[in-house]
Ligand binder design. Structure first.
Ligand SMILES: [Zn+2]
Length: 398
């Protein structure tokens, strides 16, 4: 049996177990968490961080672009002509970078079907949502598009579908994806222009789709904002992640709470586009699960969940450090449908992120961690300590 004894172990809403001992089996699954006896490592052990929304394959754009519509065009242009090997190499490097910042699980938007290959190289667990676009697709086209994107999922890399957004995936594509009864990830209510397009059928998204030849003749908008539109398609629920939700409208919060749809916020993207941070404390109070993602390097300075946590701590200073950590662990895991992650407890994977216990008060260490101050002392994946963080902690009695 493998074990880790530490000065403090974070148990989520139950606080800290001090000192704590975690045991796991040969498969890397936790079998017990109890009070430690004897020598312990000088660590505060946290669940591995969960990057609930990332585009691993996306490289930084050649030119910094902060206007959203121009940014969309630049991302589309950058994707043209990319080789498969470049996509796999970018995804692999992204996973290594995330692991170094304490991330042990990802919700990946896979635009090529190649991300499971990268997850085979760097063994974080995750869900690979296959990206679906096609505003012109009818039901038959949607069925064909989804069939193209099937891959052999495993417990390590679960399957999901990501009809990209209400302005880039047709109603038929979104509905057909939902009929597959798998987990969904949808960019939702990200910018005012998206709401304008859905309400009135005009504006920059209508122009872009027309230029791309993807706006069906006689298109009639649903006449409501993104949340109500997705609700009318019957796709909201605990298995559907909604990403961003910057532009919620009156009544949307009630719909999201009633359908128990998780939201993923991406602080780096909020900062990149100079957006106003949405009212996350209000959402949490309303009972919503709010997870955190890095999004891609096209709209972020780096892929680091630690950086996202410190941005979140600055954006929402009323949130307690433990709440922010829960968003970056448990809420993220739940939004991905991964009950084996985001917590330290029986049946969860032995995936940890540990920091040096520099005071006797784990709460202080945690506060320093969410503000980006306490360095990571070790990361474990499936019970195996990763070599990148070879910090030798002092062993001493409790
Ligand atoms: Zn995204």
């Amino acid at each position: 049996m493998n074990k880790l004894r530490a000065r403090h172990v974070f148990l989520g809403a139950r606080g800290f177990l001090s000192p704590g001992e975690i045991q796991w089996d040969q498969r890397g699954i936790i079998v017990s968490v109890r009070k430690a006896r004897g020598n312990v490592e000088d660590l505060v052990v946290l669940p591995g961080l969960v990057d609930a929304h990332v585009h691993l394959q996306t490289d930084p754009l050649p030119k910094i672009e902060r206007h959203f519509l121009s940014w969309v065009r630049a991302v589309l242009a950058a994707r043209n002509g990319r080789s498969k090997s470049a996509d796999v190499a970018a995804a692999t490097q992204s996973l290594r970078t995330l692991l170094a910042s304490g991330t042990t699980a990802v919700g990946e938007i896979d635009s090529t079907g190649l991300s499971p290959r990268a997850l085979g190289r760097v063994p974080l667990v995750g869900r690979c949502y296959q990206e679906l676009t096609g505003f012109h697709l009818d039901s038959d086209g949607a069925v064909a598009r989804i069939a193209e994107r099937a891959f052999a999922a495993s417990n390590h890399c679960l399957a999901g579908l990501s009809p990209h957004a209400p302005y880039s995936a047709s109603a038929a594509l979104i509905r057909t994806a939902a009929k597959q009864r798998c987990h969904l990830a949808i960019h939702c209510a990200e910018v005012p222009e998206e709401q304008q397009f859905l309400r009135h059928g005009c504006g920059p998204f209508a122009e872009l789709l027309a230029q791309l030849g993807r706006l069906p003749a006689g298109y009639r908008p649903p006449g409501v904002g993104a949340v109500r539109y997705l609700h009318s398609l019957g796709v909201l629920g605990p298995r559907t992640q909604l990403i961003h939700c910057q532009e919620l409208e009156r009544g949307d919060l009630g719909i999201l709470a009633a359908t128990r749809s998780p939201i993923v916020v991406c602080p780096g993207t909020i900062e990149w586009f100079l957006r106003t941070p949405p009212p996350v404390p209000v959402w949490l109070k309303a009972g919503l699960e709010v997870a955190i993602g890095t999004d891609s390097r096209a709209s972020n300075t780096e892929l680091s969940m630690r950086r996202e946590l410190s941005r979140a701590a600055n954006f929402w200073p009323t949130l307690a450090p433990a709440t922010l950590l829960q968003m970056a662990t448990l809420h993220g895991a739940r939004s991905l449908g991964r009950s084996d992650h985001g917590r330290i407890g029986r049946t969860a994977r032995a995936d940890f992120c540990a920091i040096a216990a520099f005071t006797d008060h784990p709460g202080q260490t945690l506060a320093a961690f969410v503000h980006g101050e306490a360095p990571i002392a070790g990361v474990w994946l499936g019970g195996i300590r990763q070599h990148r963080h070879r910090v030798e902690p002092r062993a001493h009695g409790p």
